[in-house]
Design a protein around this ligand. Sequence first.
Ligand code: PEP
Ligand code: MN
Length: 334
Amino acid sequence: MIIQLDTAAPAAPIVAALAALGYKTTEVNTQYAHYLVGIGKAEVDIRRLGQLPGVRDVHHVSDDYKLVSRKWRTRPTLVDLGDGVQIGEGGLAICAGPCSIESEAQMEKVMAHLVANNVRLMRGGVFKPRSSPYSFRGLGLEGLRDFHRLARARGIKIMTEVMQVSQVEEMHDYVDVFQVGARNTQNFNLLDALGGVDKPVLIKRGISGTIEELLSSAEYVFSAGNERLMLCERGIRTFETASRNTLDLNAVPILKEKSHLPVIVDPSHGIGLREHVPAMALAAVLAGADGIVYEAHETPETAASDGQQTLDFEESARLIRNLRRVFALRNELE
Ligand code: PEP
Ligand code: MN
């Protein structure tokens, strides 16, 4: 059960009323509102709870995740990055950029490509989770500061991966969207820490994670205080070996049905094969995605990481055009 309280209302009397009904409650204060999440089994007449002083609204939510559920917030969430860059609620967000930030020259080229194609959100890792410890692991905080400075000069917002709790604070002033990578989807300490920041968070689905587990990870961040969340389908590990991962487009309509949060699809990691990234990106739009994030680089062959799934600028420009056309088509479909 979710009880929304008036912002300044004391929670104690309502917690006591719920405890008398056998409900355990957690108080949640986000940047937007004040909630109590009640967990219990007894049948409760929510109309009676709704009459208690300070209670704004009461909802029954039967899902294990509550605050990210669409059962209480039926309207889709819009994540606003400022300066006109928005994700969700009937738009199509496009985010592109290299797997890894490599140099100023590389960033400048990507940014010029994005600006030329009217894309205002760039991805790029400075802390890279790599399967091998001998692979390039990113430029770190110094690279992030350069990324931020160059992006600000061009009106571009940036999304980059945070790998551990200690990085949240040091990265904070330089990111527009914190990305939680597939290897960290269930790093609950990191999710808790991101609940304390007033910056949007994109949570990728775990490599072997279920849809429910992704929603529960988002619930961690929301319940720790941050409502500005996005979910990302990026492929899961299956028995299939012909592609890097299996992009689960089933997750798109299912997540949209179960949650009010925007759903972003990453076809680059999802299929892992450069030549097939565009087809999967377009399919994701038709499946209902609110946004697409993919890897792009001037010369994918020389990319420091994930070159095999990275588009060059010509391929990227064509994909951007086609994404917008397919999105327009989606809006025309009945
Ligand atoms: C990435 O976005 O480059 C990345 C490492 O993604 P994932 O966590 O989905 O593997
Ligand atoms: Mn990558």
